[in-house]
Design a protein around this ligand. Structure first.
Ligand SMILES: [Zn+2]
Length: 88
């Protein structure tokens, strides 16, 4: 039978590992996660990036900006020229 302390220690290790792995796969909360993609986004990748970066401004986040331009080029978004930060 495992003690409560060993179970809690195991859970802490799992949570730490998830945090470490999350920072390596483009976590939008890290600065690296806001970089422009190395290759152009597909439309579905652009949709996902827009969801992950919904708190970012398109003119301040290179990744969201790239996603936005991809969706505009694909005709999925029509930019509102009155909105600041979404002009191209
Ligand atoms: Zn961002």
């Amino acid at each position: 039978m495992y003690s409560t302390l060993s179970i809690l220690t195991g859970c802490g290790l799992v949570v730490s590992l998830i945090g470490i792995i999350g920072t390596c796969v483009g976590d939008p909360r890290s600065a690296a996660g806001h970089r422009a993609p190395a290759t152009p986004f597909t439309v579905s990748e652009a949709h996902r990036a827009m969801q992950l970066h919904r708190g970012c401004r398109a003119d301040a986040c290179a990744r969201k900006g790239a996603a936005f331009r991809t969706l505009v080029a694909a005709g999925r978004i029509v930019p509102d020229t009155r909105a600041d930060g979404y002009s191209m």
